[in-house]
Design a protein around this ligand. Sequence first.
Ligand code: ZN
Length: 278
Amino acid sequence: MDSSTTIIFTVGTILVTGLVIWAINRSSGQNKILRDKIFNSAFPNEWEAILEKNFKLYRKLPDELRLRLNSYVNVFMAEKSFEACGGLEELTEEMCVTIAGQACLLLLNGRCGFYDALRTVLIYPDMYSGKSSINDDGTVGGGGTRLGESWGSGTVILSWVHTLRGPAIASDGKNVVLHEFAHQLDQKDGSADGAPLLGFTDEHRDWAKSFEAAYERHGERYRRGKKLVIDAYGATNPAEFFAVSTETFFEKPKKLKERYPKVYGHLKSFYSMDPLSW
Ligand SMILES: [Zn+2]
């Protein structure tokens, strides 16, 4: 290649790279404009009626949070797809809105995006059998009956019966949608470790210390057969402890604050909400 060919090739490469960057920026700019438009669009009355009926906490939300939740639901409904699975005969708008409403409650702090990695929500009519897989050591893992799952690769799976049951009994600390979407937040930084999106900050260090101590105490109480505020499943590992703590935070805030005040304080700060004041 002579020097003039090299110059033409270099200029050409710079131009093509510039064009690609411009096209990507333009496309993401347009996506943002479209998302803002959807975020700020009117919330359908039918969707509000569905959330009023199926999501008890929605009725208690202060007006400002309720309006923000509606905006997030607008985006969730526009950007995510839903699929019927396991013999679910009909996928209804009620199902999608009921899931979106609960899921978006966890986004109102404004710093968790819009579940950007999530593409699809699979809905089963009831509990379903999880897929088993072969572990590295040759043993078989997974399987068993499930109410829901969250995959960092872009899928959440839910049982419709339990999606309805969770928010209908709003004081038992059980809500499968909040649970699985808390996992989505935790999985966002690539590791499901019970510490979502905090970076290596003082907040993260303090979070890790408080959650670790509470997780140990919870496990100890569980092993000794003592009364639990957080569901026993939270003793499985730190990721489950965070997901179950999130359910407890929204559904049994007073008890969580009494038993694990630091965990309550961190969740209040992370979600930018205080369910005790509703
Ligand atoms: Zn879980």
